[in-house]
Design a protein around this ligand. Structure first.
Ligand SMILES: Nc1ncnc2c1ncn2[C@@H]1O[C@H](COP(=O)(O)OP(=O)(O)OP(=O)(O)O)[C@@H](O)[C@H]1O
Ligand SMILES: [Mg+2]
Length: 384
């Protein structure tokens, strides 16, 4: 069992400096793979280092399995951390690199040998045990670093962007490897990244951070489909969610020369309160289409001028400038043809619209998400 609980955790470097981590509240369940995701400087590493015991906690309570560990030394927390720059000992073989930490802990030799063999077996390092790090590929070195953490058999694994030094192909491999290892070991893992694909594919839950604060915590697809605010909506998604300032009437209709939409997902009382005021409309790139057919009863429409066409092979991105200077991107089929400068209409189903408060950026909760759930099920091919 290893439940890691952060209760109102804050960090101020130097005691009086700016707040790097601001009242973070999150409980990581036993065996969970929690991803801390956010842009550079949002406090991910600081949070992880406080959990590891490498950084003092300015205020708040950190507990592991109910025991408060704020003042417990890093070495006594039963946590292993894998960093982005994992320094292996260059003059030692893989086997010695794996065993080194255990030898320092006076663990019995037979036990060390067993753990090293086990970890090497799981990570596919057995044939490499006699090599030195210089004779390994980047991915193999990364696996040794992971193995070094594994042999400690800790209650909790912490990872700080462990894959960012690897090339794209190796990153995918090692990512899958880590997912497999998590399944096999069932340990609690906390993984820091600013890569949304890693977060979506590895995490059982994602904790999105922004400016030291938690923006949202949820399962990957939940955070993707129900973002708490415009920051999360744009951070998760590539291209990011398209946004536009609109002024709906009291019945939830938006009708200008360049955009029309019907806000059917929101309660009449909420729409009435928005009458004539600014709100932020959101539509994901994959929900934009060049034709309105098949998009339900009252599809939205937005028109703009194409300023970039990006054929990516499997799909084509169309970047469009909406009146007022906003840029929207549509994710369209690969055979899409368009010319720069051309005017286009883009259509979207009413269920695919999002609405945010213009000032705070907070999502306005729709009445029910059944319509959206249906849309997603249709997309997933579960219903026809
Ligand atoms: N030792 C330090 N002293 C003072 N400020 C620091 C220190 N370490 C980090 N900070 C500041 O704290 C904030 C959070 O930094 P942190 O390293 O946790 O960000 P991060 O989310 O891990 O970013 P990145 O993705 O770039 O690694 C930043 O504003 C950073 O400048
Ligand atoms: Mg960092």
């Amino acid at each position: 069992m290893a439940v890691v609980k952060l209760d109102q955790i804050c960090k101020r470097y130097g005691g009086s400096g700016p707040v790097a981590v601001d009242h973070v509240d999150v409980t990581i369940g036993d065996g969970e793979f929690m991803v801390l995701l956010g842009p550079s400087g949002c406090g991910k590493s600081t949070t992880l280092r406080m959990i590891a015991g490498l950084e003092t906690i300015s205020s708040g309570t950190l507990s592991i399995d109910g025991r408060v560990v704020n003042d417990v030394a890093a070495k006594d927390r039963d946590i292993a951390m894998v960093f982005q720059s994992y320094a292996l000992y260059p003059h030692m073989t893989v086997a010695d690199n794996l065993a080194f930490g255990l030898r320092r802990r006076n663990i019995d030799r037979a036990e060390i040998a067993r753990r090293v063999q086990d970890a090497a077996g799981i990570l596919g390092l057995t044939p490499l045990l006699d090599r030195k790090p210089h004779a390994l590929s980047g991915g193999q070195r990364q696996r040794v670093a992971l193995g070094r953490a594994m042999v400690r058999e800790p209650m909790v694994f912490l990872f700080d962007e462990p894959l960012s030094n690897l090339d794209a192909a190796l990153r995918v491999n090692t990512r899958n490897e880590l997912i497999k290892q998590h399944g096999r070991l069932g340990s609690t893992m906390i993984y820091v990244t600013h890569d949304q694909v890693e977060a979506m594919t590895m995490g059982t839950r994602i904790c999105v951070m922004n400016g030291g604060k938690v923006a949202q915590i949820g399962a990957p697809l939940e955070v993707y489909w129900q973002p708490a605010d415009t920051f999360v909506a744009r951070f998760l998604g590539s291209p990011p969610m398209n946004l536009l300032t609109v002024r709906p009437d009291g019945a939830g209709r938006i009708a200008t020369d360049h955009v029309s939409a019907s806000l059917e997902r929101w309660a009449p009382a909420l729409l009435a309160s928005l009458a004539g005021k600014e709100a932020t409309l959101g539509v994901r790139a994959e929900d934009l289409h060049l034709r309105a057919d098949g998009l339900g009863l009252s599809p939205g429409r937005i028109c703009g001028r194409v300023f970039a066409v990006e054929p990516l092979g499997a799909e084509t991105l169309l970047a469009v400038e909406i009146e007022g200077g906003q840029e929207w991107t549509a994710r369209l089929p690969r055979d899409t043809r368009a010319d720069v400068g051309q005017s286009v209409d883009l259509f979207f189903p009413a269920e695919a619209t999002y609405l945010f408060d213009a000032a705070s950026g907070k999502a306005m909760k729709p009445m029910e998400t059944a319509g959206v759930a249906d849309l997603r099920r249709r997309e997933a091919g579960l219903v026809h």
